[in-house]
Design a protein. Structure first.
Length: 720
């Protein structure tokens, strides 16, 4: 926290996001969500309980898009910024192909936190991709998360199947199973879920395995009432009138206004058909369809191209020239004027979408004094219920659509009542200030009210902010002398704000957790276990999946076991000592061939692996990329702690590659003979004291908390 106030990180990864002139409707990824997250960031930044809001998205360097999207940071309001993280190819990509690059996004985001020296108090993921990233980062950082799905994979899959698309094609086009699994993980981790409506919770989130009703919070989006307001008396028609005037024979008739992306789900063509089939509706009003921006329909994506092509064909089919306006271009700042123009002409706003989780355009239109007609689904049900300013329709029933539009336009008294009710209702129910208040109250309730700061700080990982790190072997290094272990725990507590603590051991994770608990050792920030083949973090033992995937490279455990079965003097250790990336044996030094001979036997079978022998009786085979040393170096890179600020301590052969190199190596006084050969090596200090006292001696030798000094070559003679 910053001065007792919250630092909130919002994640909205795909699409094109900037503070002004949002390109709404440019494509399927640049719709209402991009506007929602920008306005949410601003609203939260203005809240008295919030010190800082960062909205994380993707940095794009592509001549086909504006240079704005290549700027690393952008201020968008008081205490609110957009942070753009570069990951994957530089060019702009649709969201369905970003999945393979999300690990890179998370690693770079961790490094960003380190450069700022801050860890957020709350992570909020928007949509499945960002929900997955927030969940993963929240687990790593020990930070609570919030999830907003915006639209959900299971519902999309159902709708596409209903339209006749095969499951195979859905998977190929939308990576739908990956998306649904990401949503499951986001739900599993989230402190709570922000939904726009009760219908969204009951009909969409309820289909998920990790659905928990008590986890759900209805917090409707707000609208910017400084932008969306009704036309004043004697208000002149705005400049956008010129954009539609050229299409129409009688441009000052009332208008039926529709604003949406050129997306099949928005159901634009059913609206045009309903209008085209009803002569009375055509006589009463013009139809204005603002379907995003376009230069050349043939250059748009397939879905938008199909919608717009059908729109033009329907206009031609019903001979609606002079009655329908469909401007090609508009600016974001034009949108409020479209609403006000329609209100001044005594028109109506319609949202005929097939399904509508919320319907931000409806509250924008209502705020400008337009009565609304909207699909009888989700958000519109609650908006019209709260504002009492229009009709609900069956979006597939053209007669119902035209009937309700005519009723709204024909009854002037009712029109005025709905216009005024909408303005009042939006102010009461849908302001961003109200949204931010409900949001912060939900956080306080979940995290702990008056103890908000204390509870959040207690749970956080220190890895993104500490400047120094101590990683030590467990058996015969950290443990072995009760008094020394106690002194080390006191030492860590004294320096808890500046140093992180980790262990690197041959033990399994469960075994390491148990033995540290028995010795009253504080919970490590990082566990490197099973001789470096596994990395986990903090009290929740969060697995580092990035490390796990790296170790899969050329790892063939079944084939390794076949070769090792023919080597004399080996005996498999118990099953609990065998791991996904570690095969463990007892070995007899008198019967078992040396390390070089075993390595040669594996290479003859084209098997790449690493062999570690320790204490004259244990033999571990690991993936070629695995070891304690490699794991420590990976932690250094992932969390941004320089290697010359990490002190490592050990006592035996399986600690050798960890101690050797640019890390600050410490060999405790009770070390085994296997490490004697390291005497005189660069940055390897041999302590006189034993067990944990030797670690403390090494810390003092290197002056870890002052100006770290490097060990010199040749300070010690080789041991004979």
């Amino acid at each position: 926290m910053i001065d007792g106030k919250l630092y909130i990180a919002l994640f909205s990864i795909h699409g094109l996001i900037r503070g002004e002139n949002l390109e709404l409707g440019r494509d399927a990824d640049t719709g209402g969500q991009t506007k929602y997250v920008v306005e949410l960031a601003r609203a939260l930044g203005n809240h008295p309980m919030v010190a800082k809001v960062d909205l994380f998205t993707r940095l794009v360097q592509d001549p086909k898009v504006d240079l704005d999207y290549s700027k690393p940071e952008e201020e968008i309001g008081d205490n609110a910024h957009i942070v753009r993280i570069p990951f994957g190819p530089k060019r702009y990509l649709r969201k369905e192909v970003l999945w393979n690059y999300l690990d890179e996004f998370m690693d770079r985001t961790l490094k960003y936190f380190r450069t700022k020296g801050l860890v957020p108090d709350i992570l909020h993921g928007h949509y499945a991709d960002a929900g997955l990233c927030a969940a993963s980062l929240g687990n790593l950082l020990g930070v609570p998360t919030i999830f907003t799905g915006h639209s959900l994979g299971r519902e999309k899959n159902r709708l596409l199947l209903d339209k006749g698309m095969s499951q195979e094609d859905i998977e190929k086009r939308y990576n739908i199973s990956t998306r649904i699994e990401a949503e499951e993980q986001a739900l599993d981790t989230a402190m709570f879920v922000v939904a726009s409506t009760s219908q969204e919770i009951e009909k969409q989130y309820s289909s998920y395995e990790n659905y928990r009703p008590k986890q759900m919070r209805v917090v409707p989006p707000g609208t910017d009432l400084k932008k969306f307001y009704p036309p004043k008396s004697r208000w002149k028609l705005p400049a956008v009138f010129e954009k539609i005037e050229r299409f129409l024979h009688e441009p000052k008739k009332p208008v039926v206004l529709a604003i949406s992306r050129a997306d099949e789900r928005k159901n634009i063509n059913t609206l045009i058909q309903a209008y085209g089939e009803n002569a009375r509706l055509q006589e009463m009003a013009n139809l204005v369809v603002v379907a995003g921006n376009r230069k050349d329909i043939t250059e748009m994506d397939k879905g938008a191209r199909r919608v717009l092509k059908d729109m033009l064909l329907n206009i031609d089919k019903f001979d609606l020239y002079g009655k329908v306006a469909y401007p090609k271009q508009h600016k974001p700042d034009d949108v409020p004027d479209f609403y006000r123009m329609a209100a001044q002409l005594k028109g109506v706003f319609i949202n005929p979408a097939l399904t509508e989780p919320f319907g931000l355009t409806l509250i924008e239109a209502a705020a400008c004094g337009l009565p609304i007609v909207a699909t009888d689904d989700g958000g519109p049900q609650e908006i019209i219920g709260n504002c009492e300013n229009g009709f609900l329709i069956d979006p597939l029933n053209r007669e119902d659509i035209s009937k309700r539009l005519i009723q709204t336009l024909a009854d002037k008294d009712q029109w005025r009542k709905w216009s005024n009710a909408g303005i009042r209702g939006v102010k009461k129910h849908y302001s961003w200030e109200s949204h931010a208040d409900k949001y912060i109250k939900a956080i306080k309730k979940e995290v702990g009210g008056r103890k908000l700061a204390t509870n959040i700080i207690r749970s956080k990982s220190v890895l993104p902010t500490v400047k120094k790190l101590i990683i030590t072997d467990i058996d015969n290094t950290l443990l072995g002398d009760e008094g020394a272990a106690k002194r080390f725990v006191e030492f860590l507590e004294e320096h808890k704000d500046t140093v992180g603590f980790g262990v690197a051991t041959g033990r399994s994770l469960d075994s390491a957790v148990q033995v540290l608990k028995e010795w009253n050792i504080k919970t490590p920030d990082v566990y490197i276990t099973s001789v470096g083949s596994e990395i986990n973090y903090g009290k929740n033992l969060v697995a580092d999946t990035g490390w796990r995937s790296r170790l899969d490279w050329r790892w063939k455990p079944d084939e390794v076991k076949k070769v090792m079965a023919d080597i004399p003097g080996l005996e498999f250790q118990p099953e609990q000592n065998q791991r996904e990336h570690k095969i463990s044996f007892y070995y007899d030094p008198k019967k078992t061939p040396g390390k070089r001979r075993i390595m040669r036997m594996l290479r003859e079978k084209d098997l790449n692996a690493k062999i570690i022998m320790s204490h004259g009786e244990f033999l571990d085979i690991l993936p070629v990329r695995s070891s304690k040393g490699q794991a420590v170096r990976y932690v250094s890179m992932k969390w941004g702690v320089p290697m010359d600020h990490i002190l490592v301590a050990g006592d035996s052969g399986n600690d050798e590659d960890m101690i050797n190199g640019n890390l600050l190596g410490v060999v405790v006084g009770n070390h085994s003979k296997e490490l004697a050969k390291l005497k005189g090596r660069y940055n390897v200090y041999f302590a006189e004291k034993t067990y944990a006292d030797g670690i403390i001696e090494g810390v003092n030798y290197y002056d870890l908390f002052g100006v770290v000094k490097e060990h010199e070559w040749g300070e010690y003679e080789e041991e004979t």
